[in-house]
Design a protein around this ligand. Structure first.
Ligand code: FES
Ligand code: FES
Length: 148
């Protein structure tokens, strides 16, 4: 099947029910999207599907054929994504970093849908887990990105 990832078309020969995360990492070599739990609980695997934050570990690859898939590798080509990354750097959000690509994708999706999010909007959207506890820095960076 054909996948559109970061604006490029990729032809992949995989079983239709293969998780998108596996295809991104193992077939296409895009390892910026992380595997955490594999059961839609942590958000480390978050990518954008037509601009919506989506957990790629539980998304079958056939369900996203023909849709626009965006990963962390191309997030700075997205206007909201670039603001998010700049705010992440300015606030020195990452600690170990493992969850952070998913966090950036979630924040980018939030700002696409709600350019001026309230605290409740941020709390409702930024639900990915961070074992390092960077939640306060994440909230501050999302607020800064919204103001940029
Ligand atoms: S790896 Fe997908 S939600 Fe945890
Ligand atoms: S920065 Fe370490 S898990 Fe989030």
């Amino acid at each position: 099947m054909e996948l559109t990832v970061n604006g490029s078309t990729h032809r992949v020969d995989v079983e239709p029910d293969t998780p998108l995360l596996w295809v991104l990492r193992d077939t296409l070599g895009m390892t910026g999207t992380k595997y955490g739990c594999g059961v839609a609980q942590c958000g480390a695997c978050t990518v954008l599907i037509d601009g919506q934050a989506t957990r790629s570990c539980v998304t079958t690859v056939d369900s996203v054929a023909g849709l626009a898939i965006t990963t962390i590798e191309a997030i700075d080509q997205d206007p909201e994504g670039r603001k998010v990354v700049e705010a992440w750097v300015a606030n020195q959000v990452p600690q170990c970093g493992y969850c952070q690509s998913g966090q950036v994708m979630a924040a980018t999706a939030l700002l696409k849908q709600t350019p001026q999010p309230t605290e409740d909007d941020i709390a409702g959207a930024m639900v990915n887990l961070c074992r390092c506890g960077t939640y306060n820095a994440i909230s501050a960076a999302v607020r800064q990105a919204a103001q940029a």
